[in-house]
Ligand binder design. Structure first.
Ligand SMILES: [Zn+2]
Ligand SMILES: [Zn+2]
Length: 424
């Protein structure tokens, strides 16, 4: 999310004329914490030359305001090791020219000698700022990031590829094994449900063409059968989660129905049932039982297929939301309310997020996808959840950060979110 400075300056020049006369700072930055105070106290010179992070923004733009708590935190946590400064370009128009600012917010990274190393336009997270300093070779004193970080698996995932679901990374139950035949390779899925998640992740997919490629497993014989002519017994498991059993033979399905209650459906009805509930952020098919509940301002209800997608609904719709999530380990409720793209309330206040990440082909950390994300009531529960998932990699982030990560996405990025081949 970026705001064009030229547009702001042109629109606001009349208003600013008066302000500009009062605030004649001439491009002189103030410490980040001093921006609220009229007379900011400069940092003592005694701390010597330090790397410097300069943020140019305004008190009015949303992504600028999102930078405020981040800059405050960095200033506090890295006191004496990095200077964090802020210039309000509404109060100091000279700075626009001096620092050659095109959009706000802009962050400029300087080394201790005052040389500009890098600049960034738009919102940037605390984690990304710290990672950038590291990448630029600037040592900020080696203070570790707070929270749990797992860059390498504790135990590598040794499962054979033909036992792992392409979509959810879960184990494939041989009785519900589902396969999508592609031109060159086939996609192995754990269940018909994961096929519908897969289908809803393909932009502009043609249902008939995709469905024709699918084979499911006959519950009675264990053999592979085409998906579309099969009969499906749809019930619920002990936890109330939907189950789908496929049968080549309708009589065999009816026989199973006597001991395992459910409805017998054809493919088309199964398809519309499976695609009825969608993620309000990425449009993937979800079972409401698995999803986060999202109440959009005005009262509309939707879902987040994962906790991070739930926060993304605020970014996609540009509205305040209320998220009803469950702790990934214990199932305890977590409620988040947003206001103007920021977290306004968090219940319980100790709740944190896990950002499941993996390294891409270029060695860059990217999201590990919707099935690797979660919220937890506290760090202890996250640790227990991770202990049970030794191959999981990623890092702990704040719930505010999980929202901020979504709020900085452009509409184009949101349209591509979680789509096959596009998920970054
Ligand atoms: Zn799956
Ligand atoms: Zn989603």
């Amino acid at each position: 999310m970026k705001i064009s400075v030229k547009a702001i300056i042109v629109a606001a020049v009349a208003v600013l004329a008066a302000v500009a006369i009062v605030a004649k700072r001439g491009g002189q930055a103030t410490p980040a914490h001093g921006r609220e105070a009229e007379a900011a106290v400069p940092k003592p010179q005694s701390e010597g030359p330090l790397p410097r992070l300069l943020d140019l923004g305004s008190g009015k733009c949303v992504p600028c305001k999102m930078m405020t708590p981040i800059l405050d935190q960095l200033e506090k946590e890295y006191a004496g090791r990095m200077r964090v400064e802020f210039i309000d370009i509404f109060k100091d128009q000279e700075a626009v020219k001096k620092y050659d600012v095109n959009v706000i917010p802009t962050q400029i990274f300087y080394d201790a000698a005052g040389k500009e190393l890098w600049r960034h336009e738009g919102f940037i997270s605390k984690e990304d700022i710290l990672a950038k300093w590291k990448e630029l070779g600037v040592d900020l004193g080696g203070k570790p990031l707070s929270g749990i970080v797992r860059e390498a698996p504790v135990v590598a995932d040794a499962r054979p590829r033909d036992a792992v679901c392409f979509m959810c990374d879960g184990d494939v139950n041989p009785k519900t094994r589902t396969v999508v035949k592609g031109d060159s390779e086939q996609r192995l899925l754990c269940s018909p449900h994961c096929y519908f998640i897969y289908f809803s992740s393909i932009p502009g997919a043609d249902p008939a063409a995709q469905d024709a490629k699918v084979s499911v497993t006959d519950w009675a014989s264990g053999g592979a059968i085409p998906a579309t002519p099969a009969t499906y017994l749809c019930g619920v498991d002990a936890k109330g989660r939907p189950t789908v059993k496929a049968f080549a033979d309708k009589d065999a399905a009816a026989k199973e129905q006597r001991t395992s209650p459910g409805s017998l459906l054809g493919w088309d009805v199964l398809r519309s049932k499976e695609l009825a509930a969608r993620c309000g952020f990425c449009d993937r098919a979800v079972y409401p039982e698995d999803a986060c509940g999202v109440i959009v301002e005005g009262g509309t209800r939707t879902y987040g297929c994962c906790t991070h997608c739930a926060m993304g609904v605020a970014a996609r719709l540009g509205k305040d939301i209320e998220v009803e999530a469950k702790d990934g380990f214990s199932g305890e409720p977590i409620r988040i309310k947003t206001l103007n793209g920021s977290v306004a309330s968090l219940e319980p206040p100790t709740a944190i997020a896990w950002f499941g990440q993996k390294k891409d082909a270029e060695g860059k950390w990217v999201s590990a996808g919707c099935f690797k994300q979660g919220f937890f009531v506290n760090e202890g529960n996250l640790q227990k959840w991770l202990d049970a998932r030794p191959s999981m990699t990623g890092r702990q982030i704040s719930i505010a950060q999980s929202l901020a990560d979504k709020m900085k996405l452009t509409p184009q990025q949101i349209a591509k979110a979680c789509k096959l081949g596009e998920c970054k």
